[in-house]
Design a protein around this ligand. Sequence first.
Ligand code: NAP
Length: 336
Amino acid sequence: MWRWQATEYSPESLALTDVKSPIAGPGQILVRVGAVSLNYRDKVALEGGFGTGHALPVVPCSDAAGTVVAVGAGVHRFRIGDRVISHLAPRWLHGSVRLPEDDGLLGIPLEGVLAEQIVLSAEGAVATPRYMDDREACTLPIAALTAWCAWFERCHLQPGQTVVIQGTGGVALFALQFAEMAGACTIVTSSDNQKLERVSALGARHTINYRLEPRWGLAAKALTEGVGVDHVLNVAGGASVMESLSACRAGGSIVIAGLLEDAEFTLPILPFILQQGTIHTLSVGSRDAFEAMNRALEISEIKPVIGREFLFSEAKAAFDLLERGAFGKIVIRMSS
Ligand SMILES: NC(=O)c1ccc[n+]([C@@H]2O[C@H](COP(=O)([O-])OP(=O)(O)OC[C@H]3O[C@@H](n4cnc5c(N)ncnc54)[C@H](OP(=O)(O)O)[C@@H]3O)[C@@H](O)[C@H]2O)c1
């Protein structure tokens, strides 16, 4: 069977390689992959950003959906023919915090999923929502689960609350869809007016161009008649954390998921104390959270936003687009 693998820590060394088909051992399932989606993490991993001490070659990517074609001894969760999705952290089954014993992420340090067939831990995989095909389902493991856990595990988002969502990336678009599902008022920021038109079409109530309006936090607060928003999903870090605080009401919360602008920030403590705010962080979510999200998806039938699809043979072009950025998830599908 064919898989993409990198023999060095560089996206240029990615090559399609013919290897022996894997075999499902005890507690494992063999999955015929239908589609894989890309995340920012895959680019960082290939560039050696998570360390270069892992065994080479690197098989990239963590997010795949497909069909079970064989089960190992002792597997009761799935049968041949079941449709499944990979889970980034296959050992993290329960709880809202990933503990050291839950470590080990697909793509690095564990073998990734950009292959025709993969072996997954049966405990660390989830059933595909029935209404989704593999192209849609493969977008869920990182982007959707991060947005889900930000709103429902960290912020305990309630109907009628107001949220600010930073940017229009993979996590942000799911955050918009989940916030709409929960009956929240959504404010989305972007550097691009065309993307803001597209998020309005997806249901965003208000939009702000953060390039044209550097004080976007204050602009968001103004949209709430000066009260402030309940929660901010922050993917940029850096100075934008302080601006997120400007958007919040007394007692409001910020979830920091990413560091696209800067890996560090400073915050004056006194205004933060007086505002009585909360800063959350998160690192995707557990398998239980993934299954809770999928139950909600079955009811809401939210359609993931797919920005662009590539064939398996075109994986390098998909990584090039990841570098440039896309509106919606980048998906690699195994068959045409
Ligand atoms: N902690 C976690 O569990 C977790 C999970 C998933 C992802 N992440 C991290 O979250 C971040 C976003 O991931 P993603 O997959 O959604 O990425 P993505 O699809 O590449 O989206 C990035 C988007 O963020 C916006 N953005 C970039 N720089 C910005 C800035 N300085 N200020 C405001 N917005 C900015 C841009 O929106 P516009 O083009 O509209 O301006 C861009 O499209 C990454 O850092 C990723 O590593 C963390």
